[in-house]
Design a binder for this molecule. Structure first.
Ligand code: FES
Length: 567
């Protein structure tokens, strides 16, 4: 083969020739910019199953704006399907996303995500890849109806308890299976997926008003077209995530997280995204922002309203309007306007789900940072999901060495527990579990469940998205497997929780703790190969975002030029 087109192996020509195999015209492969559509569509991920159609709508938007769109797949993680936990693989997905963006001949990218970890993984990867990027999320799934009433995701835990206690028949369980996930889209409460979708908007990485539109609405396709066109504009302007994901943007996102009573998992994910750009948020910042920011949204599980109510109230732009006095209004949004401009022009009708700063659901934010002898580097408690009578509590520990054991033992009718008991679930952190799996339900002992108890105090070095009950001190850091004092707790030790003052203490004197620390630790088998071994060796603690240490603060520049010709 001869000719100028082959003289430089890095030139776009050979790439364009291979791309013609897809049926694109000469004009299409020479067009600039080339926009990758990074899709986490997968039949193994029902929450993201609508992304294939949305990718085509994004393509229309890219083409109409003068670019060429190329869809590419990455790993996709579904909360219920991936074992042992999606959190173990979030960083692997982020690496996949980063390398595919960085190493492909594209000028910019549209990120298509939905289910919990797919959103932060894509944002982390895009932040490190350093090419213009914008996200579109999948949108919440529709409600089903069960026993004559709407059923949403967090009803699942109550209904599961009813089934275990014999109050929901096998026939009813079959009927529930028919309607529980009534459409494509993500869990239809303010769990991790929608919290992260809202935060993608608040960070300026998704179009204003895009997070809450239901997955099945035609408006989501329109948003996809608009997102494609916006990606072309970002690529032409050369605006990378580094120019959008500023410290001010993260402060705004943390305020939004607190104001919506969002998922505690988002604290970890925001830290991880920021870490990719060399920013450290820290729990002290969350604490300050939480103390200054009222919770103004009352959407389940932090309230009785629905995501559709929030959408009707105007979604994230209307929330920004409410929060405007507390926000950095010069920060960028996904459509190129400032936060202040989006807030001023926000639409939506007044709705009781969204209140003012003067008349909030809670004066202090929904998230509390706890510290003390049981959590020297901190712990998070979602106060908005906890009954006020448990915000201050002192009681004896009942210790479980892992979540599976906790669940199994909770069915033992002889398990000794009272309403004062503090359930301690350890070895559930990023190193110990490994991967910090989600704790789905608080393992309330069956003897108490039969008395109707649904709320208890629980302390863990693991995660829980917030779609649950009780006062749960999460992300206790350091975790047990990293030498944290939670690993030294014994049954009967007194634990003090004060969610008003931000305290989590273990009332055992230091000499006794030192004695326990000197005892031989139980042997755990460690992974010896593959990604799990890499993760275990390099994963950071929850207060640092649970990223892999070698991925933090690494500025890697794009190395592969566009395959399109000209500008
Ligand atoms: Fe995918 Fe809830 S399982 S968003």
């Amino acid at each position: 083969m001869t000719g100028a087109i082959f003289s430089d192996p890095m030139a776009g020509g050979p790439k364009r020739m291979f791309l013609r195999a897809t049926g694109l015209s000469r004009e299409a492969v020479r067009r600039r910019p080339i926009i990758g559509i990074c899709s986490s569509w997968s039949e193994l991920n029902p929450c993201n199953i609508g992304l294939r159609d949305l990718a085509e709508a994004v393509r229309r938007g890219v083409t109409a704006a003068g670019g060429t769109a190329l869809v590419f797949p990455t790993i996709s993680l579904h909360e219920q399907f991936v074992a042992p936990t999606t959190m173990l693989l979030r960083n692997l997905m982020a690496m996949d996303v980063e390398e595919m963006i960085r190493c492909s001949p594209i000028d910019g990218v549209v990120l298509l995500a939905g289910c919990d970890k797919t959103v932060p993984a894509q944002l982390m990867g895009a932040a490190s890849a350093g090419k213009p990027a914008i996200m579109l999320t999948a949108g919440p799934r529709s409600w089903g109806r069960f026993r004559g009433a709407p059923v949403v995701t967090d009803d699942g835990w109550t209904l599961a308890s009813e089934f275990l206690e014999g109050r929901l028949s096998a026939e009813e369980a079959d009927d529930l299976e028919d309607v529980f996930c009534a459409s494509m889209g993500v869990c239809n409460v303010m769990g991790t997926a929608t919290t992260m979708a809202v935060l993608a908007e608040a960070l300026g990485m998704a179009l204003p008003g895009s997070a809450l539109v239901p997955a099945v609405h035609a408006q989501r396709s329109s948003l996809a077209e608009m997102t494609g066109a916006r990606a072309v504009a970002l690529a032409r302007a050369g605006t990378t995530p580094e120019g959008i994901l500023t410290e001010a943007a993260f402060d705004n996102a943390l305020r939004v997280l607190v104001a919506i009573g969002g998922s505690t998992n988002a604290v970890i994910h925001l830290e991880a995204i920021a870490g990719r750009l060399g920013l450290r948020l820290g729990l002290a910042r969350l604490e300050r922002i939480s103390n200054e920011t009222p919770r103004v949204l009352g959407v389940r599980p932090s309230g009785s309203f629905s995501l559709e109510d929030f959408d009707e109230a105007g979604g994230v732009p209307a929330l920004l309007r409410v929060l405007a006095p507390l926000l950095d209004r010069d920060a960028a949004t996904g459509d190129g306007q400032t936060v202040g401009q989006v807030a001023e022009t926000a639409r939506g009708r007044p709705h009781p789900c969204l209140r003012s700063l003067d008349d909030p659901f809670e004066r202090d934010g929904g998230l509390v940072v706890l510290r003390g002898s049981l959590a020297p580097r901190g712990s998070i408690l979602k106060r908005s999901a906890a009954p006020p009578e448990l915000w201050t509590h002192r009681g004896p520990a009942l210790v479980f060495d892992d979540y599976r054991t906790a669940l199994e033992r909770s069915f033992d009718p002889n398990l000794q527990a009272t309403l004062d008991t503090v359930l301690v679930i350890r070895n559930a952190g990023p190193v110990g579990a490994p991967g910090m799996p989600e704790i789905d339900v608080i393992p309330i002992p069956i003897s108490l469940r039969r008395q109707g108890v649904r709320e208890m105090v629980c302390v863990t070095d693991g995660r829980m998205s917030g779609t649950e009950f009780g006062a749960v001190a999460l992300h206790v850091t350091p975790e047990a497997a990293a030498g944290g004092p939670i690993g030294l707790v014994r049954d009967g030790d007194e634990i003090v929780l004060d969610a008003r003052r931000g305290v989590l203490d273990l009332l055992v004197d230091e000499r006794e703790l030192a004695r326990r620390a000197d005892e031989p630790a139980p042997e755990h088998s460690a992974p010896t190969r593959g990604y799990e071994a890499l993760h275990k060796e390099h994963v950071l603690q929850a207060d640092e975002g649970c990223d892999l240490d070698f991925l933090v603060d690494q500025t890697i520049r794009p190395v592969v030029p566009s395959l399109g010709a000209g500008k």
